[in-house]
Ligand binder design. Structure first.
Ligand code: ITT
Ligand code: NA
Length: 223
């Protein structure tokens, strides 16, 4: 049994569409989210902590909203900003900006205590999205830049292997519309619709989490 480790049931609702019936259950565990400027190291550390807690295979899901006109803020701080400012005030702040483009990013971290034959690296970055994209860490050169040092240092400190899968979707911040989804969905518009106006399948078809889950499911099927 794979445990999808999150305090957020909305994430599991989306994830279930990608995994065989009955093969995944939610583990409501609030792993430590380290402070970092990228999602990868947060997911890697979280996956190791969750694996030790669950004593079995786990998938953690770290996501964030990166607003272009705010240099990628709130990014890795999206959860804290959601709890403190809230969606409405993030939208108000964004409405003052010239550049309201934004992106959602999702990093899944898988850990089952084993190594990964195809990827001798404890943290495999091969699945990283390299699309030219909104957000401060977008683009290939940045993606291969500073982050690797963090991962290496992280890996040195804790050699338990973690495999990462990343997904990204561009959009823009708009006044709230729709009542589906969760979190920042009402203010994130993609292709003329907010994520809160889409049902789960349509959000999955374009979303950051859908892209990451697709990569994970393909890899996991051969595991
Ligand atoms: P866990 O960490 O326990 O999984 P969380 O909701 O705190 O749950 P994140 O830290 O990954 O998850 O998410 C950061 C914030 O971004 C949080 O406020 C989420 O509600 C929001 N968020 C994540 N994915 C989202 C999505 O697909 N659509 C809208 N908001 C999302
Ligand atoms: Na969180």
């Amino acid at each position: 049994m794979l445990r999808y480790v999150t305090t957020n049931p909305g994430k599991v609702r989306e994830a279930e569409r990608y995994l065989p019936d009955g093969s995944v259950e939610r583990l409501d565990f609030d792993y430590t989210e380290i402070q970092a400027d990228e999602l990868g190291p947060i997911a890697a550390r979280g996956a190791r902590e969750a694996y030790r807690h669950a004593d079995g295979p786990v998938l953690v899901d770290d996501a964030g909203l990166f607003v272009e006109g705010l240099d990628g803020f709130p990014g890795p701080y999206s959860s804290y900003v959601h709890e403190t400012l809230g969606v409405e005030r993030v939208q108000e702040i964004a409405s003052e900006l010239d550049d309201r483009r934004a992106a959602f990013r999702c990093t899944l971290g898988y850990c089952d205590g084993e190594g990964f034959a195809a990827s001798p690296d404890p943290v495999d970055r091969a699945d990283r999205d390299t699309a030219a994209a909104a957000g401060p860490d977008a683009g290939e050169s940045d993606a291969d830049g500073g982050g690797d040092e963090d991962e290496a240092a992280d890996a040195d400190a804790d050699p338990l292997p973690v495999k990462l899968f990343e997904g990204y979707v561009p959009g823009r911040i708009v006044a709230p519309r729709g009542d589906g989804g969760f979190g920042y969905d009402p203010i994130f518009e993609h292709d003329g619709e907010t994520f809160a106006e889409m049902d789960t399948d349509r959000k999955n078809a374009v979303s950051h989490r859908g892209r990451a889950l697709e990569k994970f499911a393909e890899w996991y099927a051969d595991r």
